[in-house]
Design a protein around this ligand. Structure first.
Ligand code: EPZ
Length: 416
């Protein structure tokens, strides 16, 4: 099993480029099931989750090819409507193939995704919404078996904004008869990118990015071409890498508007942050204040940056209260950070981080999930001595060649 070996104490300097957004690419790739023909996507990150999605699309009977971050999906009449457990368990987000399969083929058999390290990851919002759209969803022997005579537009009100459930409903509603109004919809930039691609295919979608999205169903859609938006979570992770090492780093080809919550919090810490149309810079800062964060649906502080921000607070002046409101078990990185001599107290969904400059010392640690892996690498960049981050396959699900990007900024990091 591979691990990352990081030697701390190097100030990162220079420019680094953001890749395409994993969490925009995944639903957009599944939206290809809505229209036969050749779909072409640019700026697709080369990640394990993209490979898993390609495997699943090919298991349905699609053809895919991927070179230089350009991914082509050729959709023909499918040979099966079953999303197999062995493929879905590798990537929970596969559940969003349910909407397009129901919309286009009136049937789907999708393995229940199962939980993951950060939480049970229920799909009740997804299934309730499909039933409100006129499908029946039976859960039998680990699969959702869904059928419909034809989806019909309706009003869907979510108890809480769910990214995946909003995406599933969007992809079901575009071919449903009549109008669907989604209320309390998720507002993440990845929802907007999916809606933009659906419109390119000929769908009628208005309001994506706000909490009320209106979809007017159409007869059919056609394949199109699209460039995936930059990955705001990768960009935020790289920005924190510059900040935590007291360096000066410019993150390019990103969208600062997608990271307003992080930028605002880092400015509260005392970091000097500059932004332009497609870059964010953090300038050298010797000490920074601890600030509190509470994760929330977009545009609140992203849960996917909570672990990385916790690393930054380890060497801040003062105490930071970090509240995780989205997932029930997203503090798995805390136990590992304590091995690096961090001072953190954890109570249920709140952690108190007592920061102190120079307190971190390197040690072997274990990655437990995607964003925890990034957090441990960030802590290793500033801890005295060597930090070995084990089970680094978690990182490869969501970061393309992170060690190369950090090495380019001067970090002492290698994969073995
Ligand atoms: C997406 O997951 C992202 N994954 C996650 O990123 C991200 O953390 C999450 O949105 C929140 O922003 C992808 O886009 C592939 P949700 P998703 O449905 O869609 C509850 C990463 O690190 N819920 O918005 O699964 C759920 O338990 C990953 O890249 C239900 O109760 O998240 C959670 O508490 C991790 N019932 C909350 O809603 C449902 O049917 C938000 O989940 C669905 C969700």
């Amino acid at each position: 099993m591979q691990k990352m070996v990081v030697n701390g104490g190097v100030k990162l300097e220079g420019e680094v480029v953001t890749g395409g957004a994993k969490n925009a690419a995944l639903p957009i790739l599944f939206s290809t099931l809505l229209a036969d023909g050749e779909h072409v996507f640019h700026n697709v990150p080369d990640l394990m989750d993209i490979k898993s999605t390609r495997d699943l699309l090919e298991s349905f009977g699609c053809e895919t090819s991927f070179t230089d971050n350009t991914l082509k999906v050729v959709v023909r009449p499918l040979k099966t409507f079953v999303a197999d457990y062995d493929l879905v368990r590798k990537m929970r987000a596969s559940i969003v193939c349910l909407g397009p399969l129901l919309a286009r083929h009136k049937q789907a058999k999708v393995s229940l995704p199962g939980g993951c390290a950060i939480g049970s990851r229920p799909i009740n919002f997804h299934l309730n919404a499909m039933e409100q759209l006129g499908a029946t969803c039976e859960v039998t022997s680990g699969y959702v078996v869904a059928k419909t005579e034809g989806l019909k537009g309706t009003q869907i009100i979510f108890d809480m904004p769910s990214v995946g459930a909003t995406q599933n409903v969007l992809m079901a509603a575009v071919l449903a008869e009549g109008t669907t109004i989604i209320e309390n919809a998720a507002k993440e930039p990845e929802i907007v990118d999916l809606a933009n691609y659906l419109v390119k295919m000929g769908a009628k979608v208005k309001g994506a990015g706000t909490s009320i999205i209106t979809v007017v169903g159409v007869e059919s859609l056609s394949a199109a071409e699209h460039r995936i938006i930059p990955d705001r979570i990768e960009a935020g992770t790289l920005l924190i890498a510059g900040a935590i090492t007291r360096g000066s780093v410019t993150v390019k080809k990103c969208n600062p508007k997608d990271l307003e919550a992080l930028i605002s919090k880092m400015r509260d810490c005392g970091f000097s942050i500059e932004t332009g149309d497609d870059f964010i810079s953090v300038n050298q800062t010797k000490t920074w204040r601890a600030v509190d964060i509470t994760t929330a649906p977009h545009p609140g502080f992203p849960t996917d940056l909570q672990a990385q921000f916790m690393a930054l607070m380890l060497e801040a002046e003062g105490s930071s209260i970090i509240s995780e409101t989205i997932f029930e078990n997203r503090f798995m990185h805390v136990q590992e950070l304590l091995r690096l001599n961090a001072d953190i107290s954890k109570k249920a969904k709140v952690c108190v981080v007592r920061g102190k400059q120079g307190q971190l010392t390197g040690a072997p640690v274990m990655a437990t999930d995607l964003r925890a892996s990034a957090c441990l690498i960030l802590a290793g960049l500033v801890a005295k001595g060597e930090t070995n981050v084990n089970r680094i396959y978690h990182l490869d699900r969501g970061y393309e060649k992170l060690e190369n990007k950090l090495t380019k900024l001067g970090a002492s990091i290698k994969r073995i």
